[in-house]
Design a protein. Structure first.
Ligand code: FAD
Length: 277
């Protein structure tokens, strides 16, 4: 089977133990030669320092590191400072997002949507960064309509994004349809599926409700039936997600981006089964 490039996403750890665990996970995942490791950014700047520290660590280890940068609640000045801090240490790729305003934060700040952030990054730093943006095959939960969401995705690409990473999904048809519709709108940027390995059903159900990713009924019912039996949930999850990846690769997906939740094993096992060693 053809092997498109892979990448892994982490969140910035909060404790020294978390840092150690993530370093160990990264070592394992690095054996598969990923194109990059990305690190999330708490909207409103809540993880600003930890994201920067984690990115620096990855960069110093010799891997390509891609910080996420969300603009909601922020100012041009703050975003500019972060962009130049990343540029100065040699970072070349950024995942540009709007983010969600944390509860209790009153002002949306100086950027309303991610397309404004993409345009700002291009205006400030020219072609220096490879810019990734988010895409939603099952549509963003706040979108007025599927059509408007597609057009809003196009705005980000037109503003200068090079490629996109999708929200996770378990229905390959939603992804293929989204790519097809994007191409009809003239979007040629690669659209890399985001892959969420399944570790814990309750956690996945909670996440999915929040971000608008659908867990198909047959999967929900099967996992609910396993109750507290985490081994069965994980074994089922690995089968289902491996099959999903096989379909995506066979259908021409240009890459696979894994939401690792800072754990190596689930992503490693799926990728090993796909022939990545
Ligand atoms: P946008 O592209 O701005 O879209 C948000 C909504 O506004 C959509 O409904 C869209 O249709 C609409 N819209 C967009 N542009 C316009 C416009 N010009 N006019 C009118 N409506 C418009 N969140 C974090 O906080 N930190 C992270 O690190 C992070 N990483 C992520 C990584 C990936 C790969 C993905 C898929 C999501 C990530 N998120 C992260 C979540 C993301 O921030 C949320 O989904 C957020 O609600 C939307 O961000 P966006 O960049 O897609 O926003």
């Amino acid at each position: 089977m053809n092997k498109p490039h892979i990448s892994f996403e982490f969140f910035p750890p909060q404790t020294p133990e978390g840092v150690e665990k993530l370093t160990a996970a990264r070592k394992l995942l690095a054996t598969l030669n990923p194109e990059f490791f990305s690190v999330t950014f708490g909207a409103g700047g809540s993880t600003q320092e930890r994201t920067m520290e984690t990115i620096q660590r990855i960069h110093q280890e010799g891997y390509q590191a891609a910080p996420h940068l969300s603009c909601v609640g922020s100012t041009r000045e703050n975003i500019r400072a972060l962009l130049f801090a990343y540029k100065d240490i040699g970072i070349k790729r950024i995942v540009a997002l709007r983010g969600d305003l944390p509860s209790g934060m009153a002002s949306i700040g100086e950027f309303q949507y991610a397309n404004e952030l993409v345009a700002f990054i291009r205006a400030e730093t020219g072609a220096h960064f490879h810019i990734e943006v988010a895409a939603y095959p099952e549509f963003h939960p706040q979108a007025n309509s599927a059509r408007e969401d597609m057009l809003n995705f196009k705005r980000k690409v037109d503003a200068g994004a090079n490629s996109a990473i999708t929200q996770y999904f378990y229905n390959a048809d939603a992804y293929f349809r989204f790519v097809e519709e994007s191409r009809k709108l003239g979007i040629t940027a690669p659209i890399v599926p985001g892959i969420m390995p399944i570790m814990k059903y309750s956690q996945l159900a909670r996440f999915s409700d929040m971000c608008g990713a659908e867990i198909p009924r047959w999967m929900r019912k099967t996992m609910e039936g396993f109750g507290d039996d985490t081994d069965s949930v994980q074994s089922f999850g690995r089968d289902v997600v491996t099959q999903l990846c096989e379909k995506l690769i066979a259908g021409g997906a240009p890459g696979l981006h894994f939401y690792t939740l800072n754990q190596a094993n689930a992503s490693l096992e799926i990728l090993n089964r796909l022939g990545y060693k």
